[in-house]
Every structure is written in C-alpha cells, then in structure tokens.
Design a binder for this molecule. Structure first.
Ligand SMILES: *Cc1c(COP(=O)(O)O)cnc(C)c1O
Length: 424
C-alpha cells in the first residue's frame, strides 16, 4: 500500500529493491545547490555517461599517435567504425544488424529515406502523418512534396485527435489510410508523439499502409531507447531516430536509420556516396557505384568518429543493462509511480493536474505530459528554481520523463514534494 502522502523513505525502499538502480552511477547529473538536480528531460537530451570522456579521449589519442593510419590501426579502426554499431542498434530497434546504420542526423536521414520511400507516381502521391507532428518532420514532408512538384495542401494528410480529445485514435489513422487508398504513397508517423507522449501502434499502422500498397515508416526520436521495438518482424519499411534523447549520446549526436532487408536490393531511388559502396572494392576508387546491399547502402560518408564515440559508449551501457526490454519493465514502474505521485499532489493540493499521456502501458513510454490548468508557466518557473529540470511546451504542457537508466523513485518523490510545495 502506498501512503496517502509522498514519502522519500518509501521511494528509497523501492530503489533498493530494483536491480537496475545502480546504473544511475554511470551518469553525470547537472548540479543544483551542490546536489544532483532532479533531471526529467532525458526525452530531450539524455545525461552524459561517465564513460563518454574516455571514449572520446581514446579516439583523440589514436588520432594524435597514428594520424591517418588510425583508419586501420586505431583501437577501433575508423575504417570500419560504423560497423561497431550494427549489433547494438539492431537490438535497440528490433532489426537485423544489416538493416541498421548509424549516420548523419535525424532530419537528414528522414529526407534521405523519403527519397527512397516517398516516390509519388500518377495519382499515388499522398502522405499520411499525425497532426502536430514534430515541426522538423512536417517541414521535411512538405518540402519533399514540393520537391516532387506536388501540392502540399492536398498531398499531406494530417490525422488529428477528435474534437475535445488530446490523443489520436488508432481507428482514425487506419480509416484515413483506407480512405486515401490507392492515392496513398507513404505513411510517416512519429512512433511516440513528442508532445503527448502517445505511443502509436506501429504494427497495425504498417499493416494497414501495406494493404493499400503504400510504404510505411516511423520517426523513432522518442521511441529509440525508450520502447522495445520490433521493426523487422513488423515489416516496417524505413525508420530513423536520433541518439541524443533516450540514447544519451550528446547534443546533436549521430542519428540512426533502418531499412527493411526486403528493400536492400530493390530498385528504389536513393542518394549515394562512397560509404554505401561495396566495402570489398570501395578503395579501388572505381567510377561506378556497387551497392553494399545492406542498410549501409544509404550511408554516404565516412563515420564522424569523435561524435560517434559517445554513442558507442552509451550503447554499451544499454547492453550491460540487458537491453531496452529489461529497462522497459523498470520504466513502466517509474512512470506509474510518477503518475501516482502527480495524482496524490493533485488530491493533496486540490489542483487540477491533467496527464494527457495515455495511462495504458501499450500506448506510452517513459514520458508523461501534464497540463496544470490555470497554473502553467509560473508553476514551471517554481520547479526550475528548486532544481527540477523538466520542460515546457507551448501552449500549456509540462513534459517529464523518468528514464530507467538513471532516474530513481527517490527523484520522483522529491519532485512530488516540490510540486506540492509549489501548488500550496
Ligand atoms: C527531436 C526530434 C527531431 C530533431 O531533429 P534533428 O534533425 O535531430 O535536429 C526531429 N523529429 C522528431 C520527431 C524529434 O523528436
């Protein structure tokens, strides 16, 4: 039984019981008044792994000591550096190692994948996405439509929540797909919505898109490292993500891409560069492109090693923790605890705190999005002044994500007490 008030000692007991609690020690927390801040923005920028500095230093030292020879003789030879990510990323998104590649940044990868998977022909030119998608994704989709000479007003179909609702119903996405039917070229949805925290049903959406003969892909910025994924078995055509949110790889760190193996040797259009060329003959420097025949065929340039070193260090922590599947159990417990804490505070202070994120586990990750009716910005400012790092999104949402690798039940209880204090 949880007590009706918020208890730090009760939270500490939960931390002691949890076998993954010690992973917190692998991360560095921003400080507030000489103590760890209460950091709940791993959905925006994950914390720095303590191993990050050594990971970068290793590459700097090898560069210093070896110069160009580091391509072959570095401890992690740069020539094959990107290959070190395949097994890790395959685990993160539920793919075969040949279906994933660490490269570029998220929006760049979205464009590169749309070049292949948004290929309007005749009357099949429409894209379905969710309303209030992350702005960068919307810009990418609209500019792709323009690039192909389409009409952005009619070719982009955005699925909204129903009147008076915050979340998008699966049935509404499916019926839109069925209605657009043969005019549908591509479905591209954010796996977890950045604003509401809603997790969409990747398998069902993909099936529906395929039934209409369309391609289906997902932006997994808020899903990668947060939710166990199964892109290969669900036959998702393409996906991309960033590594600086739940994957803790540092600001602007390298992104990732997934291309289902059924497309590796197809004749989809693609933008190409030398790092997608068959590696056996890449350095013969032949004028003609021979594809790697894997997701690496979409890779253009050699790996940005200094940037990727942190990503590798971070992925090793995921592996040590047993992968996203193990972490997910803890994430659900932490997020449920946060939800219960917010509800207690609402009851104790008589405030209307509305969590718009679905309460059902199948439809959410770590993040909770909360509307504090009538108490928006000033509440947020009070929390910030008291060492709580959360984020605010206009018009009125406070987003907070307890991350299973480094947040604790105690963090949440402390947050609850500060929230209660703020509202009293
Ligand atoms: C974070 C995020 C982005 C950011 O794009 P970058 O290209 O990495 O700057 C784009 N789309 C979504 C859905 C995001 O959550």
């Amino acid at each position: 039984m949880q007590s009706p008030t918020i208890s730090i000692s009760e939270a500490k007991k939960l931390d002691l019981k949890d076998s993954l609690s010690s992973f917190r020690d692998k991360f560095i927390f921003p400080q507030h008044d000489g103590e760890n801040a209460l950091y709940f923005t791993g959905n925006s920028l994950g914390l720095q792994p303590k191993s990050a500095l050594d990971a970068i230093r290793t590459e700097l030292d090898d560069w210093r000591d070896l110069g160009v020879e580091g391509h072959f003789r570095a401890r992690n030879p740069w020539m094959h550096y990107h290959e070190l990510f395949s097994e890790h990323l395959a685990q993160i998104v539920g793919a075969k190692p040949s279906e994933v590649v660490a490269m570029n940044a998220l929006t760049v990868n979205l464009h590169l994948l749309l070049i292949s998977f948004y290929n309007p022909q005749g009357s099949r030119r429409k894209i379905i996405c969710e309303a209030k998608a992350f702005p960068s994704d919307r810009y990418a989709l609209l500019s792709q439509i323009n690039f192909h000479g389409g009409n952005p007003d009619t070719d982009l179909i955005e699925i909204s929540p129903r009147e008076g609702e915050e979340l998008i119903r699966l049935e509404d996405i499916i019926s839109a797909i069925n209605e657009v039917g043969e005019e549908l070229a591509t479905v591209m949805i954010g796996g977890v919505n950045y604003y509401t925290g809603q997790l969409h049903n990747i398998g069902e959406i993909t099936k529906a898109a395929h039934k209409m003969g369309a391609m289906c892909g997902f932006d997994l910025a808020h899903a990668a490292g947060n939710i166990p994924l199964n892109l290969h078995d669900m036959e998702v055509d393409f996906a991309c993500w960033c590594s600086y949110k739940y994957l803790n790889s540092g600001p602007g760190a390298v992104g990732g891409a997934f291309v289902h193996e059924k497309h590796h040797n197809s004749d989809l259009p693609r933008l190409e560069g030398w790092w997608g060329h068959d590696k056996e003959t890449r350095f013969k420097m032949d004028p003609d492109y021979i594809s790697m025949g894997t997701a690496e065929s979409w890779q253009m340039s050699n790996a940005p090693v200094l940037n990727m070193a942190v990503h590798l260090a971070s992925l090793e922590i995921f592996k040590e923790a047993g992968g996203v599947g193990e972490l997910r159990e803890r994430a659900l417990r932490l997020t449920d605890y946060l939800e219960a804490t917010v509800k207690k505070v609402a009851a104790l202070t008589g405030t209307h705190l509305e969590i718009i994120t679905p309460s059902n586990h199948e439809e959410r990750g770590c993040q909770l999005s909360m509307v504090a009716h009538g108490r928006g910005r000033e509440l947020f400012d009070h929390l910030s002044e008291n060492g709580v790092i959360i984020d605010w999104r206009d018009p009125a949402v406070i987003r907070m994500a307890p991350v299973p690798l480094y947040n604790s039940f105690e963090d949440i209880a402390r947050f609850g007490l500060i929230l209660q204090d703020a509202l009293n």
